[in-house]
Design a protein. Structure first.
Length: 393
């Protein structure tokens, strides 16, 4: 990892160096200057607002300087020799893609991975009041052959760090808050992972989530005419999932009499994403929807295996492949932006444009606390009705 005490410079002042800077510009990496050999005319000029200096100007602090090479390959032997003679040891050749630059990001990683082919990344750090139930469920149902890494974007929490230690899970935190950045970094740090579960900290996992999403993923690839993008469980507080729950429980009319017309619509104008009373309804308020774990058993006993979601899907709990993530170029990172929802929009859009389906595993259901505008009221509800969120079997 790169701490703040390091100076990062780009060696070069031509097109290659400028392209390298462009690659870096979307990452939270601060470049101090461009550098060239002592006889270059570019010294004293500015590129992207950064000064072009002689490489000799950095020799005094060469032990805390990282040099990124931004020159044509034919000059590399000469440049490497020059840098070696000047005593620079932290030299990185021209990267083939942005992922090669992720080791430069300021992060902390408690690495306990077992190098399994399956990885579960859990975004957490901001809803501590949920953790007792959320992480109890995760530890209860986590398969033995899955590496687990808890991700804290822009925050460090000692309780999470200790929880990970107790469960022998990895803990990753970045100093900058960007949820797409930290997910990319986690995947990069787990090179053996071929399948990736991504879970948010307000998701309540049930017994069949891990096995059934993977079963559906494999079934679609081998037994159907579809290509799968990602697989998700039924999620009641979700633009698609809430209607599937209503239909299977025979509650469409009840819901429409209490709230609004049941429509597949991912938009804050839809009450499933805005009205806290709707969220309470799906957590059992009024006695219409059964306890989450009872519903999980009911759905698992049904014959329906999977359905295809035709609208934007909220990706609080999903399974996708490393190859899909790589083909997308990773999740988009916007410097200076926490990137909330960017991964969701990108993943859903990519699946549509690349003819890959969003599959919903109908034999498994998980709980979602609430959407943003429901959160304040649902936190109160959660604290007052903890029995509705607690694992019962």
């Amino acid at each position: 990892m790169v701490k703040e005490r390091y100076d990062i410079i780009i060696y070069g002042a031509g097109a290659k160096a400028r392209k390298l800077y462009s690659m870096i510009s979307q990452l939270p990496i601060n470049i101090k200057a461009f550098a060239v050999s002592q006889d270059q005319k570019a010294i004293g000029e500015f590129i992207e607002g950064l000064p072009v200096k002689s490489i000799a100007d950095f020799t005094e602090h060469k032990d805390r300087t990282i040099v990124l090479i931004g020159v044509s390959e034919k000059f590399l032997p000469e440049i490497n020799e020059q840098l070696n003679n000047l005593g620079f040891e932290n030299v990185i050749p021209y990267p083939s893609n942005t992922f090669d630059l992720y080791p430069l990001i300021d992060f902390d990683f408690d690495n306990r991975q077992k190098k399994y082919k399956k990885l579960c990344i859990i975004l957490a750090g901001y809803k501590e009041f949920l953790w007792d139930n959320v992480f109890h469920r995760l530890s209860a149902f986590m398969p033995d052959d899955v590496d687990v890494c808890v991700l804290s974007s822009g925050i460090y929490n000692p309780k999470l760090s200790e929880l990970c230690r107790q469960n022998d899970w990895s803990y990753l935190r970045t100093h900058v808050n960007c949820v797409t950045l930290i997910q990319n970094l986690a995947i990069i740090l787990h090179p053996n992972a071929e399948m990736i579960y991504k879970i948010d900290e307000d998701i309540f996992i049930t017994k069949y989530f891990f096995s059934e999403t993977l079963n559906v993923y494999n079934k679609i690839n081998t037994d159907t005419r579809y290509y799968v993008g990602f697989v998700a469980p039924i999620i009641p507080i979700n633009a698609y999932g809430h209607i599937r729950v209503l239909e299977r429980l025979g509650l469409i009319e009840t819901f429409e009499n209490k709230f609004n017309k049941a429509k597949y619509l991912s938009n804050v104008s839809n009450q499933i994403e805005s009205n806290p009373d709707v969220a309470k309804f799906f957590w059992g308020d009024g006695g219409f929807v059964p306890h989450l774990d009872k519903m999980a058993e009911m759905f698992y006993d049904d014959d329906i295996r999977f359905s295809i979601c035709p609208i934007r899907f909220s990706i609080g709990a999903v399974l996708f492949s490393r190859s899909l993530w790589a083909d997308m170029g990773g999740f988009k990172v916007i410097k200076g932006n926490p990137c909330m929802g960017v991964d969701e929009e990108q993943l859903c859009s990519y699946c549509i444009t690349q003819s890959k389906i969003i599959a919903v595993a109908e034999k498994t259901v998980v709980g979602h606390l609430s959407f943003g505008s429901q959160n304040a009221e649902m936190k109160k509800y959660y604290l007052e009705h903890s029995d509705r969120f607690r694992l019962i079997y």
